[in-house]
Design a protein around this ligand. Structure first.
Ligand code: SF4
Length: 218
């Protein structure tokens, strides 16, 4: 089990402006840099992951002979790899509290800070990817339950059971509620592994999404 609870994120304002498409509204928001800086002051990134031997049976991926993830997509993508890493990452609860406080009174600031949170979550994932496979992070693909129709959100419970519900709560402060929603909300769970050629869930997700990384290929 690997716990990363002292993560420092560096950021490039221009890159965040591009990621959040802020150039469209820059004439309405004043000092973007100051708002981004405020956003980062609320971020407390943490991560936990466990490397597991995997076996495949039909559309099931079996972790250490004890927990079963069910997804045809996962079984297909992991067929050439003997292991995967099961993870939960978060940026903590403070940013979403700030966004809720700002609410509709300062919509633009709330929007930017919320987007900074999404960006920071991606940065946190990139760090654990490098931590897991420092020599070939570009070959690592990740899959999250509920992200696409190919893996049910209920499977988040298997991930938490595999890592240990109490261990995840104590190590990084993330809990799963009865509706399979993680608290804090700016958290992500999933499985990552070497799929030989990198795959991204955006390839099979047809949503009209501003955070898309790769084109929809069907
Ligand atoms: S298109 Fe958007 S919602 Fe769909 S997988 Fe990519 S980032 Fe997620």
């Amino acid at each position: 089990m690997r716990i990363l609870d002292d993560i420092r994120l560096e950021y490039d304002v221009g890159e965040i402006i591009r990621f959040c498409h802020l150039d469209r509204i820059s004439n309405k928001i004043g000092d973007v840099e100051e708002i981004i800086e405020e956003g980062y002051s609320f971020i407390d990134p943490k991560a936990i992951y466990r490397i597991s031997k995997i076996e495949l049976k039909d559309d099931r991926l079996i972790l250490e002979k004890e927990k079963v993830l069910t997804s045809k997509l996962l079984a297909e993508k992991f067929k050439c790899t003997p292991e995967a890493a099961v993870y939960v990452i978060t940026i903590g609860p403070n940013l979403e509290k700030r966004v809720a406080e700002l609410g509709v009174h300062d919509l633009y600031r709330a929007f930017i800070i919320d987007n900074v949170g999404t960006y920071a979550l991606r940065q946190t994932f990139d760090l654990i990817k490098k931590d897991y496979k420092p020599n070939c992070p570009e070959r690592i693909s990740k899959f999250s339950p509920g992200s696409t129709t190919h893996w049910n959100i209920e499977q988040q419970k298997v991930i938490f059971d595999f890592l240990g519900i109490e261990k995840v709560r104590r190590a990084i402060g993330v809990e799963l509620n009865n509706y399979y929603v993680m608290i804090p909300r700016k958290s992500v769970s999933g499985v990552m592994g070497d799929t030989t050629t990198q795959f991204h869930e955006c390839q099979i997700c047809s949503r009209n999404c501003e955070y898309r990384k790769t084109p929809f290929t069907g």
